[in-house]
Design a protein around this ligand. Structure first.
Ligand SMILES: [Fe+2]
Ligand SMILES: [Fe+2]
Ligand SMILES: [Fe+2]
Length: 398
């Protein structure tokens, strides 16, 4: 399938905004700004279209390890503190291992906070730091200074006097930042457009199996968001795969369903952890926020050409056959088999996982509860029975 990879990049940048919004209750467009600045530098040094595309991808993903590192380090909600935590470099590098860059360059994310003079986290210096990491490190500081409210000449002089950047790229940066348009494009209102217009339009032949390597990265980010649902998306994706094989789906549909399963809770990145992990009962406003997550899943995935069915299946996972689900209230006439399947796997996975307020249910108890739900025309009875027969031997005797 010929994927317009730009759509994928755009949706990545939206998603990572959600992460930021949760971490600092604000969208600072950090990833997009870093990508824009890096791309301006990349353009000036005459990178090819595919190199520029990769540089933008790396830049957008440079802090993808932040959710996980924050949880592991138990940091406060402070994005800058997270940037000072080397863990986000390690986790981020691991996470992007399978991203389909045109050309994979090792250690770009791992070393994005290395200093040219060797004073960074890992003590790597000079040309030992991959070129993209040197550009991203510089762009990262410019973006941070900019969001702290420093004006353009202060940023330029701070960058010029620091010893931690590659002088060659400092000079290129000073050249591209000379005109006021560079800074105007950094504004929150324009940076997305600015990035879009500098991004070379590239198409790539990807199979859905290859696209799944990208969705897996996002399922890790989603799962890392909450300590209580640490392997939820992974579990659903695995179980969905088992059922797709049981139903003898063709390979393309199999991989599309794995992608939908990986990304079904993508919109949860938009839901603040205070609400997601809140003990006790939620008020009406909080419930409305939680119930918005499949809507955001749809909005994000709809942007990607070739993801039309994936977006629908993923976003329908809280819809019910009687039309009482959320957020669309679709009923049995609108919910196709694959949407129903994902909904059932989501419920089965959730019931058989530990939650702060209850222990994981054994298989038979989860199935009993699901049968009760199908009796009330909430979920598909035949799928519940198939889940029972397929997973009983796998998970009961495990
Ligand atoms: Fe960082
Ligand atoms: Fe950063
Ligand atoms: Fe969900």
């Amino acid at each position: 399938m010929d994927f317009n990879v730009n759509g994928l990049l755009n949706s990545l940048s939206y998603t990572l905004d959600y992460v930021e919004k949760d971490l600092i209750s604000n969208v600072t467009n950090h990833g997009r700004r870093v990508a824009y600045i890096a791309a301006r530098i990349g353009e000036k040094i005459n990178l090819s279209d595919t190199e520029l595309f990769d540089l933008i991808s790396y830049s957008l993903l440079h802090d993808n390890g932040v959710t996980k590192s924050l949880i592991q380090a138990n940091c406060s909600k402070d994005y800058l503190k997270a940037e000072l935590n080397r863990m986000h470099c390690v986790e981020g590098e691991k996470n992007i291992n399978f991203f389909p860059f045109f050309q994979k360059i090792p250690n770009v994310i791992l070393y994005h906070h290395e200093h040219y003079d060797g004073s960074g986290f890992f003590g790597i210096s000079g040309e030992e730091i991959p070129m993209f990491a040197r550009i991203i490190g510089l762009a990262d500081s410019v973006a941070i200074y900019f969001s702290e409210g420093r004006n353009s000449s202060k940023i330029e002089s701070d960058i010029k006097t620091a010893q931690i950047f590659d002088r060659n790229f400092v000079d290129v940066f000073l050249e591209v930042s000379r005109n006021i348009e560079f800074w105007l494009n950094m504004d929150d209102n324009f940076v997305f457009q600015a990035l879009r217009s500098i991004t070379p339009s590239v198409h790539r032949e990807f199979s859905y199996k290859q696209m799944r390597t990208v969705s897996k990265i996002f399922s890790n980010i989603i799962d890392a968001k909450s300590p209580f649902t640490g392997s939820h998306s992974r579990g659903i994706s695995e179980k969905t795969g088992i059922l797709c094989d049981f139903y003898e789906f063709d390979r393309e549909t199999y991989w599309k369903m794995r992608i939908a399963a990986d990304l079904h809770d993508l919109g949860k990145l938009m839901v603040p952890n205070e609400i997601l992990d809140k003990p006790g009962t939620l008020n009406a406003a909080e419930i409305a926020v939680i119930q918005s997550h499949p809507f955001f899943t749809r909005k994000t995935l709809e942007e990607i050409t070739g993801f039309e069915e994936i977006a629908d299946w993923a976003a329908n996972h809280h819809e019910k056959l009687n039309g009482k689900g959320y957020p669309y209230g679709f009923d049995e006439n609108r919910l196709d088999f694959n949407s129903r399947l994902l909904c059932c796997v989501d419920i089965y996975q959730a019931l058989t996982e530990n939650r702060p307020y209850r222990a994981a249910m054994p298989h038979h108890k989860a199935v009993a509860l699901m049968r009760n739900m199908s009796d009330h025309n909430l979920i598909d009875a035949s799928i519940v029975e198939d889940i029972n027969s397929v997973f009983q031997p796998v998970f009961v005797n495990a």
